[in-house]
Design a protein around this ligand. Structure first.
Ligand code: BG6
Length: 478
């Protein structure tokens, strides 16, 4: 059996801050912090042009948390010392596109941005920590959105290829795992974050724009894999979706059929293309039903077929329920709102905690794609409090880890080829869904609040010591 890697992750926009040194404005820089009115807040997930114009004003009264992150741009190298002490086998980070190519149209990258990543990558490599690099995690240069309508345009694809080609050429001999696009199915649920679509005036996104954008992201992924293989880079290439582990609300056949259909479009649609190399049979009737009509050329088909991913990965935070009935008993979840499951407890944000659902998902993903599996994101978003003596007693997070790790190890015993677990937000970062600091995932606490006040000093939580000992114990078993 292959070695299992235990890791941690951050994304550039949620972690770095560093809105300096020539970094261009990106889509996440435009999202303000707004006090939460519900668990499933969408006010800042789906931005319209008015909100973007507000964000561009020098004197806007709003606080824009992604311009500050948790100051990884300043403290990133010291944080790696903490990751080393934690014993991480692997660290997942993402690149800020607009730090390297501020408008997305430059032909050469911003030297200060290159230096920042070079220092990080070199230090991680020297520390013996494997690197999982996400080329694009949500944020894209705002210029590409305003000038070309984001991922609907082949101009954005060209710009992305300048970014990915630069990365492959520069760090191809170091990076262990490449992920072209974070949670590619997010484009469907969260079109601003996922595919950089601005909310239309009538509030209704066009399905055609969304599915055309996803097609361009598929091409971006396949072209990157093609390029990387041509350059003979060291790393493996992955694809990633968000998984929801669906249950039918009742044993009614209609609910079960609904589950199959929801799974197809919501969960498998993108991974089928990226891992199998072609659009699955259910895609075209779906396009017809929703008047989706974009061009898939013979060259596109050839490219997708010949450049599928080496491994499949997913994020998993909670499970969901499918039903044909209208159901008012709803709760929030990652990217989607779902029906409450009476058998599960939920986080303070309403996300239903389901470790067995993770094991089920591992089986389903492995059975469907037959490729090595990486859990690219998982973790508990919770409120933490820093005590006077600089500790955080987060037993709830330790319990969450224990329960999920137990199920992962069982899935391995049952034959699933799962190679890695990457804990989300290993150090506290700004929440991607609700733009707040209150929702923390880290085993390392960062002293900052929702408005960006605080010392940004780092403190080890109880879960830090627990995860360190767990990783150590797993290493001894190998
Ligand atoms: C995933 C994203 O969907 O969920 C992350 O890839 C995000 O960027 C994570 O942070 C957790 O969501 P949230 O809203 O709790 O930050």
């Amino acid at each position: 059996m292959h070695k299992m890697l235990w890791g941690g992750a951050t994304s550039a926009s949620q972690y770095e801050g560093g809105f300096v040194d020539g970094k261009g404005m990106d889509t996440q820089d435009c999202r303000p912090y707004l006090p939460r009115t519900s668990n499933a807040t969408t006010e800042t997930r789906l931005l319209d042009q008015k909100q973007i114009d507000e964000a561009k004003k020098k004197d806007s009264p709003y606080y824009y948390p992604f311009r500050v992150g948790t100051k990884g741009y300043e403290y990133g190298l010291d944080d790696i010392d903490l990751f080393k002490e934690l014993g991480l086998d692997i660290y997942r980070l993402s690149i800020s596109w607009s730090r390297l190519f501020p408008t997305g149209e430059e032909l050469t990258p911003n030297p200060k941005g290159v230096k920042y990543y070079d220092d990080l990558i070199t230090k991680l490599h020297k520390a013996g920590i494997k690197i999982f690099l996400t080329i694009n995690h949500y944020a894209i240069p705002l210029n590409l959105v305003e000038k070309y309508r984001g991922w609907t345009s082949k101009e954005t694809l060209k710009s992305y290829m300048r970014l990915s080609t630069f990365l492959l050429e520069k760090w191809g001999s170091i990076i262990d795992y490449w992920l072209p696009i974070n949670e590619i199915n997010a484009g469907y649920f969260s079109p601003f974050n996922g595919v950089a679509l601005v909310k239309p005036k009538n509030g209704k996104y066009s399905y055609n724009d969304i599915f055309l954008s996803l097609h361009n992201q598929f091409l971006a992924s396949a072209q990157t894999i093609k390029k990387g293989r041509k350059l003979n880079v060291k790393g493996k290439f992955g694809a990633m979706v968000s998984c929801f582990c669906y249950y039918p609300l009742t044993p009614k056949p209609e609910d079960n059929l609904e589950l199959v259909k929801d799974e197809e479009i919501n969960q498998w649609y993108c991974m089928d293309v990226l891992s199998k190399g072609y659009y699955s049979y259910y895609a075209f009737p779906f396009f017809k039903k929703h008047n989706i009509n974009f061009e898939i050329t013979p060259e596109d088909k050839e490219l997708l077929k010949n450049n599928t991913c080496d491994f499949v990965s997913f994020s998993y935070y909670d499970s969901s329920i499918c039903t044909v009935e209208e159901n008012k008993n709803q709760t929030a979840g990652n990217l989607v709102v779902t029906t409450k499951n009476p058998y599960l407890k939920a986080t303070e944000w309403g996300w239903q905690i389901d470790p067995i659902g993770l094991r089920t998902t591992l089986h389903k993903v492995y059975d469907r794609y037959n490729k090595p599996v990486m859990i690219a994101e998982n973790g508990l978003g919770a409120k933490d409090s820093l005590t006077k003596n600089g500790t955080v007693h987060d037993q709830y997070r330790i319990d969450y880890f224990k329960a999920h790790f137990d199920q992962i190890l069982k899935a391995r015993e049952e034959g699933v080829d799962v190679r890695g677990y990457i804990a989300w937000g290993i150090i506290d970062i700004v929440s991607a869904g609700s733009c707040e600091m209150d929702k923390r995932y880290g085993v390392i606490y960062v002293d900052a609040n929702n408005k960006g006040e605080g010392s940004y000093k780092r403190y080890k939580k109880d879960s830090f010591y627990w995860y360190r000992d767990f990783i150590e114990s797993q290493r001894k078993k190998k």
